[in-house]
Ligand binder design. Structure first.
Ligand code: BJW
Length: 235
């Protein structure tokens, strides 16, 4: 494998596969989340409008799993935090995950492009707030005092992912782009490797259990569990 560039910057895109070995479900694996619920019902603005209780129940259950005391970051999250410690200011993690396992492992330069499970926001005043309890339509926004306006701070299909300008700037200037544990089914993240390659500058590397949808777009691919591949990559 190519060595990590000594002076350049690294963007690491992560997906549900990196948290699988911590005990969180992926979306599109055989036993994944989309085999149990319809994404149209729980991960679209239309689904939320039609049945907010169903959507709150779905995210409340996932929030409870995340807050289970036995859940912890795994060796892959820890290796990425170590990479950032070794190369301060050079590593950006762009995660599609709404869990907080990168933060718990110690990563600090991190963008949650699909939002965060431990935050809610008000559809009226747009204020994101920390949130650790079950959420329901009966809750009142602490800022505008309206009831029933709080929603999970996550990005559903048809909504624009967060901090896209910063992400695009980082992709355009990076020297190494690494994708970990994502199936490459969901845009815009699935298009990042093509964008990086179009600029012709960065080395591109996929670390995934099996080849993703866009595996042939990467200059280099390694397949296996993230808890083995990511520590190997940083060493
Ligand atoms: C392991 C492992 C181990 C397992 N080790 N690996 C046609 C029609 C309608 C819409 C579209 C369309 N074409 C494109 C679109 C846009 C749409 C889209 O992409 N649709 C596709 C389905 C076609 N995208 C959007 O709507 C996005 N918004 C958008 O495009 O706005 C326009 C815009 C963009 C930019 C600028 C300006 C405007 C929003 C997408 C929102 C996605 N939301 C979700 C749910 C919310 C969060 C949540 O509830 O958690 O985000 S969907 C779900 O998929 C979740 C994930 O973040 C996302 C990606 O999934 P991920 O992480 O890849 O997981 P899996 O399960 O798919 O893959 C896991 C991988 O890990 C597998 O490959 C395994 O092999 C591997 N693995 N164990 C290593 N141990």
């Amino acid at each position: 494998m190519r060595p990590i560039p000594a002076t350049g910057s690294i963007v690491v895109l992560t997906g549900a596969g990196i948290s699988k070995e911590s005990g969180l479900d992926t979306f599109r694996c055989e036993d994944g989340i989309w085999s149990k619920v319809r994404l149209e019902d729980v991960a679209t603005p239309e689904g939320f409008q039609a049945d907010p209780d169903l959507v709150h129940d779905f995210y409340n259950a996932r929030r409870r799993s995340l807050l289970d005391p036995s859940l912890a970051p795994n060796a892959a999250h820890q290796a990425l935090a170590e990479l950032e410690r070794r190369w301060p200011g050079k590593v950006l993690i762009v995660t599609q995950n709404i869990d907080d396992l990168h933060e718990r492992a110690g990563s600090r330069n991190l963008i949650h492009m699909h939002g965060e499970l431990l935050k809610v926001r008000c559809t009226h005043c747009a204020l994101p707030l920390p949130w650790h309890q079950d959420l329901s339509v009966d809750h009142t926004c602490p800022d505008c005092r309206r009831t029933g306006t709080l929603r999970p701070h996550v990005v559903w299909f048809g909504e624009i992912p967060l901090q896209m300008e910063q992400i695009m700037a980082a992709l355009m200037s990076c020297d190494l782009f690494v994708s970990v544990g994502t199936s490459g089914n969901v845009y815009p993240a699935a298009g990042f490797v093509a964008q990086v390659r179009r600029l012709g500058r960065a080395h591109t590397l996929e670390l995934n259990l099996d080849p993703s949808e866009g595996a042939n777009l990467f200059a280099e691919s390694r397949h296996g569990p993230a808890t083995r591949l990511v520590p190997e990559f940083i060493d």
